[in-house]
Design a protein around this ligand. Structure first.
Ligand SMILES: *Cc1c(COP(=O)(O)O)cnc(C)c1O
Length: 365
């Protein structure tokens, strides 16, 4: 039979995807343009190039690509442990913190188990939960764009295995205070893993969010999730980590795909941690830009919640969202639009930020 005959023959059923997979949204690639004045403000990446020490470490390790990396990432885990004042046994690394989060969910959830998170929050959450055959439980944000922890605690039941807290929250930028998370931890059974996703923690004002390490020491069901993708500027290398009780961290290391964090990523992450002071200077610049934009937008008449991340959030009804998306597309500024909710704009270099300010001035209320 020819290939065409085979494909149309009535008794040849093609392999089918699991229902959970068939229901997932397709990846929509970002618009590519030949123009040079595209502003990439849709993914919250750092606009700064990687730290010179990280680039040098990658270049120096490039000749080792014929070898597998250290699958246990011992040196990196020890360096992270020293950075945070924990032991390497409490650290698990993965290909981005999304990779680690997938290990967390598949490591803890059986089919039908429940994972609670705020909505709207990070768009990867429902995808990873559904892929694992678990059930996503979305709890709407409160009126101030923050987590409704009372409603989240009330949603816990026998099937709840994991709760995801995102602080500052992507995409709204609103942090969760230390006191509120502590009260939440007292209300939630210690058998439920409470993941504190701190992808943007480096940008947050001291004291605006939780002292997550203190919470972790006090409540062993806390798991801290961090990444090198944002402030450290290594989004393209894929490396993130979790800090968790030794038995959990060990379980995460066991669920990892072998060799999923490359040697280049491990070296770059170590070099970036070693170069701490240099990153602080970049973060200060970025935070100044965030503050400048927030003040100008306020003066234009926009009413925004203060963001503790490297991004701004504009809540928008369908009509305003369509208008803004058209306007941003028209001038080559890529931003993230969330149907029914609003638009998230990464804060970057002053020239790009000024383009955003000029555009939004024309649409202010
Ligand atoms: C960007 C982001 C991450 C990080 O993803 P990586 O896989 O580490 O690149 C994790 N959590 C949230 C909320 C994010 O916005």
């Amino acid at each position: 039979m020819s290939r065409d005959q085979l494909l149309t023959a009535p008794d040849t059923a093609l392999p089918t995807l699991r229902g959970a997979v068939a229901g997932l949204p397709s990846y929509v690639p970002g618009r590519r343009s030949a123009g040079t004045d595209i502003a990439a403000l849709a993914s919250n990446e750092s606009h700064f190039e990687p730290l010179p020490a990280a680039t040098a470490a990658v270049a120096a390790a490039a000749g080792t690509m014929n070898r597998y990396p250290d699958s246990a990432a011992v040196e990196l885990r020890e360096r992270i442990a020293r950075h945070l004042g924990v032991t390497a046994g409490e650290v698990a690394v993965g290909p981005g913190s999304v990779g680690v989060l997938q290990q967390i969910i598949t490591g803890l959830c059986d089919a039908g188990d429940e994972v609670i998170f705020a909505w709207r929050s990070f768009e990867a959450y429902p995808i990873l939960v559904e892929l694992a055959g678990a059930r996503p439980v979305r709890i709407p944000l409160d009126d101030a764009e923050g987590h409704d922890l009372e409603a989240m605690a009330a949603a816990v039941n026998d099937r709840t295995r994991v709760i995801l807290l995102c602080t500052p929250n992507n995409p709204t930028g609103v942090p969760i205070s230390h006191e509120r998370i502590e009260a939440f931890l007292q209300a939630v059974p210690s058998s439920v893993l409470v993941v504190i996703d701190e992808a943007y923690v480096e940008y947050a004002d001291a004291g605006s969010g939780p002292d997550s390490l203190a919470l972790y020491r006090r409540y062993p069901n806390v798991c801290i999730l961090r990444t090198f993708s944002k402030a450290y500027g290594l989004a393209g290398l894929r490396v993130g980590y979790a800090v968790a009780a030794p038995a959990i961290a060990e379980g995460l290391r066991r669920t990892a795909l072998p060799f999923s964090v490359s040697a280049l990523a491990q070296k770059a992450a170590i070099a970036s941690l070693d170069a701490g002071g240099e990153m602080e200077a970049r973060i200060s610049l970025l935070k100044e830009e965030c503050a400048r934009m927030a003040a100008e937008l306020e003066a234009q008449g926009w009413r925004l919640q203060p963001s503790q991340g490297n991004f701004l959030w504009i809540r928008a009804d369908a009509e305003l969202l369509a208008t803004l998306v058209d306007a941003f597309n028209g001038v080559g500024i890529m931003v993230r639009a969330y149907q029914g909710d609003g638009v998230r704009i990464t804060v970057a270099d002053p020239a790009s930020n000024n383009r955003v300010l000029r555009l939004l001035a024309a649409h202010a209320a």
